[in-house]
Design a protein around this ligand. Structure first.
Ligand code: MN
Ligand code: MN
Length: 292
């Protein structure tokens, strides 16, 4: 395969802040060891970073230049040889430091098994997953840290009422007990994204939120470059509206399951834009809060 980015990627091109001065800390976790179908998400962080160079750092919708925001790119965690458990532990330790320093973590995956390490570094938050899959297996392939267990690990930490998975359309028989914890994709198609957003507010009514964006939550027509694509997903604009709506409550963000070897630049570009979007809308929400 040609033109593949390495697993050791350059930094996000608009991230020009030192750690000390930063408000946002971006870091990659190039890990895809538990992938069940097609591997390649270890190239996700570098693919997403490279794709950011495609966009203007000036975001016209907000009249905001990302160059002016203090974003630090910490590079990738060295998890190549780690077991899934060691990897999660490593992500957790790193995320805890970022949070303790009062900064906003943005994780670039990697497969979805990387996310619980970051989300569970917080206390007292809710988690909104966007995903085609329920990820509600207690164990998969004899491993609790498999990417098919991501929601389950969030529930372990935050409880049933503080986790919601949106856009789901693939649920294993053993996962059926997850139904109260999901907003399925077909219901969103039928009732519209405004309904879905109201439903999110109802189910996660208050407090801080971490968004874990599994890119396969979006329809493969918009995001084909992923290991386990499923038809009938959300639109990319649906996801933008969810992120924008939750911005005032957002404390952390990840985008996972992007697989550059299976992509033609479409999916990495979309993931990169969501990183930019998350930074822009949370920054603006912070300014509004400060001026109140
Ligand atoms: Mn997932
Ligand atoms: Mn998924």
């Amino acid at each position: 395969m040609n033109n593949l980015p390495g697993t050791n990627s350059r930094r996000l091109y608009f991230a020009n802040s030192a750690y000390r001065d930063s408000k946002y800390v971006v870091f990659g976790v190039p890990y895809d060891k538990t992938c069940t179908f097609r591997k390649g998400t270890r190239y996700g962080p570098s693919g997403i970073r490279d794709a950011t160079a495609n966009f203007e750092s000036h975001m016209f919708e907000y009249k905001l230049d990302l160059i002016d925001i203090n974003v630090h790119d910490a590079g990738d965690l060295d998890v190549g040889d780690a077991t899934p458990g060691e990897m999660v532990e490593h992500v957790n330790r790193f995320s805890k430091k970022i949070i303790a320093d009062g900064k906003f973590p943005i994780l670039l995956g990697g497969e979805h098994s990387v996310s619980p390490g970051c989300a569970t570094a917080f206390d007292d938050i809710a988690v909104l997953g966007i995903d085609a899959h329920a990820d509600y297996y207690e164990e998969y392939d004899y491993d609790k840290n498999n990417h098919a267990c991501a929601m389950r690990r969030m529930v372990d930490k935050f409880g049933e009422d503080r986790v919601l998975w949106v856009g789901v359309r693939s649920i294993g028989k053993e996962e059926c007990e997850c139904y109260p914890r999901i907003l399925d994709s077909l219901a969103i198609m039928k009732n519209g994204i405004e309904w879905a957003i109201a439903e999110i507010d109802k189910r996660l009514p208050n407090g801080k939120i971490y968004i874990s964006l599994d890119i396969d939550g979006i329809d493969p027509a918009y995001a084909p470059g992923t290991g386990t694509p499923v038809p009938f997903g959300l639109t990319s604009l649906d996801v933008k509206r969810i992120i924008d709506h939750l911005a005032p409550r957002l404390v952390g963000f990840d985008v996972v399951e992007v697989s550059p070897p299976l992509d033609r630049g479409i999916t990495t570009n979309l993931a990169a834009y969501f990183v930019m979007e998350a930074i822009a809308v949370t920054h603006i929400a912070g300014l509004k809060k400060a001026s109140r």
